[in-house]
Design a protein around this ligand. Structure first.
Ligand code: ATP
Length: 383
């Protein structure tokens, strides 16, 4: 994780093999009788880009605020590099937080904003100048040092906030939806920037977002949260390709879930559909589950009846909508009840596209068995 131009921020190599960067053990946070975070345990590696991902209200910010010290857990322990931080107020913790609102001092220059914390700690003038210059260089704002925040774009102001946090040499940087106020193009650019900076400084980033694409792009690992619980912690590829619960499968990517029941080891019966072979993992016989097939892996055809023609599982339904998206056509097929599957067909050939079934057509969907993945029903509801 350490970059070649490390000067001030990287931890000594010797400390990396020891206790985790951040450890939460059975952490619960209640607000009156409402449980915002429920018995949460996590261990973050040093230098890891770790993301808390989930819908609004799932407890991401509360978790981050407990690590920062702005909230106290109702029960459980939080340690940073092996040290219990329960008794420490926010400013005594080896953390810094970057918020969605940049919270810069409007009357101070960029340089003075970044150096503010160091000045308050009594760091010498020359050292402040040196460290501030290095951070402004790192975030690409060396030439804006004398400007006021109001003379900068939103993206630039967030870079100032980042420099202001990094200059304090935190062991852990906490980021709460830092790109949330920026437009899409700027956000994409800053995602790449942030990841580069994180690699360069080599410190642990704990990043809160509800944007799954952002999480998949930037993170080393993602914890997907639902109603105060962590449902899955894994690397981005795994969370996308091998979700473990209906909630994670639905939250990451398009929700293409077919309700089913385990019909023996390696078999599931789709509701109103065929019994098909599948990796049922540690699911029990008779257990309710769902079969996930990503939109780009489904084939839609007007004919086709019965189960497992050509070894491929099939289900039948009615086209609800067909939408031209430029590079692809998105077809939504209703399998009955509330079960809808989205199919993405690349628009490679215009004649073929013209032949795609339109609204009301009876169709069948098929897929290669290896593209179906079985997930258990979320223990925490649908979020
Ligand atoms: P968002 O992205 O909307 O901020 P979140 O996942 O970060 O969502 P939290 O801000 O952690 O969610 O909030 C989790 C739950 O706890 C929400 O239902 C919220 O209303 C509640 N909550 C948070 N802070 C307080 C508080 N100080 N008093 C009472 N309830 C709170």
């Amino acid at each position: 994780m350490s970059g070649p131009e490390q000067t001030t921020i990287t931890e000594p190599e010797t400390s990396t093999a020891e206790s985790p960067s951040v450890a939460l053990r059975n952490v619960t946070k209640r607000f009156d009788d409402f449980t915002a975070v429920d018995d949460l345990s996590l261990e973050l590696g040093r230098g890891e880009f770790f993301t808390l991902l989930g819908p609004s209200g799932c407890g991401k910010t509360t978790t981050l605020r407990m690590i920062a010290g702005f909230e106290r857990p109702t029960s459980g322990e939080i340690a940073i590099e092996g040290e219990d931080v329960a008794a420490l107020p926010p400013h005594k913790r080896p953390t810094n937080t970057v918020f969605q609102s940049y919270a810069l001092f409007p009357h101070l220059s960029v340089e003075k904003n970044v150096g503010f914390g160091l000045k308050r700690k009594g760091v010498g003038k020359d050292e402040i100048a040196e460290r501030v210059a290095a951070e402004l260089q790192r975030v690409g704002l060396a030439r804006e040092a004398n400007r006021r925040p109001s003379q900068l774009s939103g993206g630039m102001q967030q870079r100032v906030a980042l420099a202001r946090a990094l200059v304090n040499l935190p062991k852990v940087l906490l980021l709460d939806e830092p790109l949330g106020a920026l437009d899409l193009k700027l956000r994409k650019g800053l995602q790449v920037e942030l990841k580069r900076i994180q690699r360069e400084v080599g410190i642990t980033f704990v990043y809160v977002t509800h944007d799954q694409e952002e999480a998949l792009t930037m993170s080393d690992r993602i914890a997907v949260m639902n109603r105060g619980h962590v449902e899955q912690v894994s690397v981005p590829e795994e969370v996308y390709d091998r979700p473990t619960t209906t909630f994670v499968a639905g939250f990451i990517g398009v929700s293409n879930l077919m309700p089913a029941t385990v019909a023996g080891a390696g078999r599931v019966r789709l509701d109103g559909g065929p019994e098909v072979g599948a990796d049922t993992g540690d699911l029990d016989n008779g257990e309710r589950c769902a079969a996930v097939v990503r939109p780009e892996k489904l084939t839609v055809s007007l004919d086709g009846v019965g189960a497992e023609v050509d070894g491929k599982p099939r289900v039948e339904g009615v086209v609800e909508s067909s939408l031209y998206l430029g590079t692809a056509t998105q077809i939504v097929v209703n399998l009955g009840g509330d079960v809808r599957m989205t199919v993405l067909v690349p628009n490679a050939d215009e004649a073929e596209r013209q032949r795609l079934p339109g609204g009301g057509a009876k169709v069948s969907l098929s897929w290669a068995p290896e593209h179906m993945h079985v997930v258990r029903e979320s223990p925490n509801g649908s979020g």
